[in-house]
Design a protein around this ligand. Structure first.
Ligand code: PLP
Length: 377
């Protein structure tokens, strides 16, 4: 169990595994060379970055030369969307339930002379594929649809989205920050041109991410400088972070089958027990749902108060996403699946990891009835 609290906020961030932190440690203290330096210490750091790039490539199913390290999932999304925007503009097509790292960047596309089309989702969060198809046109340069949703855990049919994008001559990007290592993704098989991931969602460190870019994709840098990362992402490499995300990805991929089975079991136990409580409902899909996500609404309850009441009882959870924690506005994801403002504001997101223990689940289920009583509106 996580030290301190029973932890059910793994979609916000995860614990860095001790073996990941251990692998990173020497790159802070002894092997702190700059990978661009010619001397031995530089070569040592460059070798560590190479190893990590190979690990990411193995996890994505691509060549190491197609992996670019970034400062996180947000930056990877920005690079994909703004880096492929043609001179003079173009249209991006995306879904209504994307993370703000994509939706806000679409705002920047518009400010730079481009335009955007937002495709609706159904009541379980699945993108309307025929609306996607109808929205396509010659002016669309990019379709960006997330692999899995960070609030309600919906796993999108990204293969079909990629097919539709390509049929109309557009590129396809997916924000796989939540899905990576928790669903089956293969960039070649799935026809993905660009894919974003983040270290801190896969038991690696914060402040590091990666963008897969298929060879031949017309992408330009959005940050300029010393030309690191093949000129696409200048700035001295975050060597400890890169080592960390590479190790975390390697561990997660090698245990993926076992971990997904364990998380699915724990998730379903939580869903079954919570739905027995009066006034409880499940948000998001019944199938094609991330193995670590459960998302609920409770009649007559204020979600923010519920999260605080649970916290007082030693349980860490959230309402929608970490970025929106504390918001008094309904989550755009919950509005997009058709929930009323009152329903949206009564939400509780429970996200587990492969390390979630039965004892933590017991603590959550014991704490919930009292916490619900304390947070009635
Ligand atoms: N995309 C999704 C779906 C996310 O859930 C998150 C993090 O919450 C991000 C992007 C941003 O990733 P990062 O925190 O690494 O910038």
């Amino acid at each position: 169990m996580s030290p301190g609290m029973a932890y059910f906020d793994n979609a916000a961030t995860t614990m860095t595994l001790p073996e990941v932190a251990e692998e990173m440690r020497p790159y802070f203290t002894e092997m702190y060379g700059n990978p661009s330096s010619l001397h031995e210490m530089g070569a040592e750091a460059a070798a560590a970055v190479r190893t990590a790039r190979k690990r990411m490539a193995d996890a994505f199913g691509c060549y190491p030369s197609e992996v670019y390290f970034t400062a996180g999932g947000t930056e990877a999304d920005n690079m994909a969307i703004l880096g492929t925007l043609p001179d003079g503009g173009g249209r991006i097509v995306t879904s209504a339930i994307e993370h703000s790292a994509v939706l806000e960047t679409c705002g920047e596309v518009r400010r730079r002379g481009g335009s955007s089309t937002v495709i609706p989702v159904d009541g379980e969060g699945f993108i309307d594929l025929s609306a996607l198809d109808s929205a396509m046109g010659d002016d669309v340069y990019l379709v960006s649809v997330m692999a899995a949703n960070n609030v309600i855990g919906t796993i999108e049919d990204i293969r079909e989205c990629a097919r539709i994008a390509h049929e109309h001559g557009a590129l396809f990007h997916t924000d796989a920050v939540q899905g990576f290592t928790k669903m089956d993704i293969d960039v070649r098989r799935d026809g993905i041109d660009m894919l974003s991931v983040s270290g801190h969602k896969i038991h690696g460190p914060k402040g590091i991410g990666a963008l897969y870019v298929r060879t031949g994709t017309p992408i330009r840098p959005i940050v300029f400088g010393g030309g690191q990362e093949g000129g696409l992402r200048s700035s001295t490499e975050n060597v400890p972070g890169i080592v960390g995300i590479g190790k975390a990805a390697e561990i997660a991929m090698s245990n993926m089958g076992r971990d997904m089975r364990r998380m699915t079991e724990v998730r379903d136990r939580i869903i079954d027990s919570v739905l027995d409580l009066p006034g409880a409902g499940l948000n998001g899909p019944g199938s094609h749902r991330l193995c670590n996500n459960a998302h609920f609404r409770f009649d007559g309850v204020r979600g923010n108060s519920l999260v605080l009441a649970l916290s007082r009882k030693g349980v860490a959870a959230s309402t929608a996403s970490a970025c929106s924690a504390g918001d008094t506005e309904p989550s755009h994801v919950l509005s997009a699946i058709g929930l009323s403002p009152a329903e949206s504001l009564s939400a509780l997101r429970v996200t587990i990891s492969h390390m979630t223990t039965d004892r933590e689940v017991d603590l959550l289920l014991d704490a919930l009835p009292g916490a619900l009583r304390e947070s009635r509106v």
